[in-house]
Design a protein around this ligand. Structure first.
Ligand code: UD1
Ligand code: MG
Length: 457
């Protein structure tokens, strides 16, 4: 059931101080566009309508967010936050209140918004405020006898008003019919020549409509991104909160300052993560998994007690229990490793399955292969899966031994229990329990002498 709520996200600003061709709200925080964070939070409130006001480079934003629950509206010229809100008016349902969020304030938390919503009735105005040691740049909350009378922007504020430390976070919940009526009366007679959404607070006060204020649960929730310094600061804040969540759940982190979760990581008990690891997409680590330093894991599932050693890179893979991966392993999409497999240094695996107890311990490329149980893949083995036009599969059955420096020119099958001698180039399939070697015969001349350098005449 959708909540009786309209949400409007203001995201038309250009973000001049990002010095970028990209609109500000597309810059990434923890691997996701700023606007994506705000949309996720907004969706958690299950609004009846979700509206995003776009302007600068809007085509890029519309192309990135194609989900059909989003209603985009255009603000052709950026004439202020009030003007931005006006563009959403035709879509707002008068029956529900309207929550205003900013596309560049990505860390706002669901519980803070719920508190603001639940403490605001259908006919009152809610504003999220907070007190800052340095309030400069923000709109100030002006109160008389404790009641909010209006908001004054920094550039319009008198020295007395500038001394006020309670600021407007920019997040409001409005009774929608009043919002529409007040927006129609807005003017831009102020220091910036803009239509200020904040002026609506004075309209409410004049009409004796109750103005309720709430504070965010954490001071960092209301921080905005205007430049790359702030973006980096918010990244750290977000990563710290994610690291803290993992610690709280019982995950051992070698250093909570040195982990980056750019998606989600779900951990069982007794999971250990060493420094410098990056998690992207959806990663699941079962009980007892150990991740060594500087590993990158994306969209992968690791079963219990598996150890992944330093500098390994896993993208869209499934690893069974008690496996050992790395150091320096590269596992690409479609890799499925069963339990007790070993994949060592400088082994690249793509779109291949390795069954239980199988080992590829050093320097190999395994692509488009189906490999059975208890197989040994020697150092330097290459599945030659690509003929320049098409990819072909290599099938290696249970208990096979592939000697070092073997090339398997796919398509072919090495049947159960076969042994392939080191240095072999396989061009056709090999029968079960056989030995196959292709090597030029080794010759030795004992009468041979190394040439010596001739004297110049
Ligand atoms: C605004 C508030 C200020 C508050 C501060 C909190 C007003 C007049 N002032 O100021 O009281 O303390 O936020 O961060 O509202 N936007 C548009 N179209 C526009 C202008 C802005 O979509 O024409 C969007 C921006 O993309 C941004 C948001 O609105 O997401 C806020 O705009 P910004 O220019 O940063 O407002 P501030 O001057 O910071
Ligand atoms: Mg701002």
């Amino acid at each position: 059931m959708n909540a009786p709520l309209n949400i409007v996200i203001l995201a038309a600003g250009m973000g001049q101080r990002m010095y970028s061709h990209r609109p500000k709200v597309l810059h990434a925080l923890a691997g996701q566009a700023l606007l994506a964070h705000v949309l996720d939070t907004a969706r958690a409130l299950q609004p009846d309508k979700l509206i995003v006001v776009v302007g600068y480079e809007q085509a890029q934003i519309r192309a990135r967010f194609t989900e059909d629950d989003i209603h985009f509206v255009t603000q052709a010229e950026q004439l202020g936050t009030g003007h931005a809100a006006m563009q959403a008016v035709p879509l707002l349902d008068d029956r529900w209140p309207t929550l205003i969020l900013y596309g560049d304030v990505p860390l706002i938390q669901i519980d803070t918004l719920k508190r603001l919503i639940h403490t605001t009735s259908a006919i009152t105005l809610g504003v999220l405020t907070t007190c800052l040691d340095d309030p400069s740049g923000y709109g100030r909350i002006v109160r008389r006898e404790g009641n909010i009378t209006h908001i004054v922007e920094q550039k319009d504020a008198s020295p007395t008003e500038q001394a006020i430390v309670e600021i407007n976070t920019g997040i409001f919940i409005f009774p929608t019919a009043h919002l529409k009526r007040w927006l129609a009366t807005l003017s831009n007679h102020n220091a910036q020549g803009e239509y200020y959404l904040t002026d609506l607070v004075a309209c409410a006060a004049t009409e004796k409509i109750t103005i309720n204020s709430q504070n965010p649960s954490h001071s960092w929730e209301i921080l905005g991104v205007n430049n790359k310094t702030q973006l980096a600061q918010l990244e750290r804040i977000l990563q710290r909160t994610r690291a803290q969540q993992l610690l709280t759940q019982g995950v051992t982190l070698a250093d909570p300052e040195r982990i980056d979760v750019r998606g989600s990581v779900h951990c069982g008990r007794d999971v250990t993560i060493d420094v410098g690891c990056i998690f992207e997409g959806k990663v699941t680590l079962a009980d007892g998994v150990h991740i060594g330093p500087y590993c990158v894991l994306r969209d992968s599932e690791i079963a219990q007690d598996t150890q992944i050693f330093a500098y390994s890179h896993l993208d869209s893979v499934t690893v069974g229990a008690d496996a050992r991966i790395g150091p320096y392993a590269r596992l690409r999409p479609g890799t499925v490793l069963a339990h007790h497999t070993h994949v060592g240094n400088f082994v690249e695996i793509k779109n291949s399955q390795l069954d239980a107890q199988t080992k590829a311990n050093h320097l190999a490329y395994i692509g488009d292969a189906t490999i059975g149980k208890n197989v040994n893949i020697g150092a330097g083995t290459i599945t030659c899966n690509y003929d320049g036009a098409n990819k072909h599969r290599t099938i290696i059955e249970d208990d096979v031994f592939i000697g070092s420096d073997t090339q398997l020119i796919a398509p072919l099958t090495v049947e159960k229990g076969a042994t392939v001698g080191a240095g072999t180039t396989l061009t056709k399939s090999v029968p079960a329990h056989s030995l196959t070697v292709s090597r030029t015969k080794q010759t030795t001349r004992t009468d041979w002498q190394r040439p010596s350098k001739k004297n110049k005449s």
